[in-house]
Ligand binder design. Structure first.
Ligand code: FPP
Length: 234
């Protein structure tokens, strides 16, 4: 949709979370290795991130790699990490990717030194931008909450919801308004559990590499028609 059409929607999400699922099945349908599915998935990630920038979405979070994804074959894990590194290396050469403040959600300790150095660089280089692009990498909500609780442990007699929000990787950002999952599964898979407490959930059968701007438009239109009550009566 055009920016004009977006501005006319009855409600707009401030924060969109995206679970990019279906790369493996997309490849299987074409008798290709799973790594090719991830490669095309990475292309979709760039295109949708750029589209979110164009629409001036305040925060978008992509689930790139979970704390559980290490259980996949080493070759597949290495392939995803390589795509991540390639993205970090050339994100600044692409016009659309330049206006978003990049933040990484997750425990980066087990990532390679190369990835860690590039991540630091990207965070520094984009620190001045207003809109935020979060990439969840080695991320899991349980892990995030445990880390947050340990950070807060012993610091205060009573911990508030605000304290917890501020101890999460997403500190300072609005909660998720719209959670999109591609690939047909209807679950949240340990993604932004605290932040999605009041999110509208949008599931689509479209496999992630096939997800296009018009598919995000459908999710945005769905969101615009929802009545959010945050627990209050109508
Ligand atoms: C889920 O599909 C996808 C992943 C676990 C990896 C997502 C990674 C990318 C899109 C590319 C790298 C990311 C960046 C930020 C450049 P699946 O493999 O579980 O698919 P399946 O359910 O069909 O097997």
């Amino acid at each position: 949709m055009t920016n004009e059409e977006f501005s006319q929607l009855a409600a707009k999400p401030r924060h969109i979370g995206i679970i990019m699922d279906g790369n493996g099945r997309w490849a299987k349908k074409r008798a290709l290795p799973r790594s090719v599915g991830h490669k095309f998935g990475a292309r979709t990630f760039r295109a949708i991130a750029e589209y979110c920038i164009k629409l001036d979405i305040e925060v978008v979070t992509f689930f790139a790699f979970s704390t559980e994804n290490w259980k996949r074959p080493k070759e597949e894990v290495d392939g995803i990490m390589q795509l991540f590194i390639e993205y970090l290396q050339d994100s600044f050469n692409r016009k659309g990717m330049q206006n978003m403040r990049v933040r990484f959600l997750g425990d980066r300790a087990p990532l390679s030194d190369e990835a860690k150095a590039l991540m630091k660089n990207v965070e520094q280089e984009t620190a001045e931008y207003k809109n935020q692009l979060n990439i969840a990498i080695n991320y899991g909500s349980h892990d995030e909450l445990v880390t947050a609780f340990n950070k807060l442990n012993g610091k205060k007699a009573e911990i508030s919801a605000q304290d917890i929000s501020e101890a999460l990787y997403t500190h300072g950002q609005p909660d998720v308004d719209l959670l999109v999952r591609t690939g047909g599964e209807q679950r949240i898979s340990n993604f932004l559990l605290w932040q999605s407490a009041y999110a509208e959930l949008y599931f689509t059968d479209t496999l992630w590499p096939d997800f296009k701007e018009k598919d995000l438009d459908q999710a945005l239109t769905f969101f615009a028609h929802r009545q959010r009550r945050f627990g209050a009566a109508e």
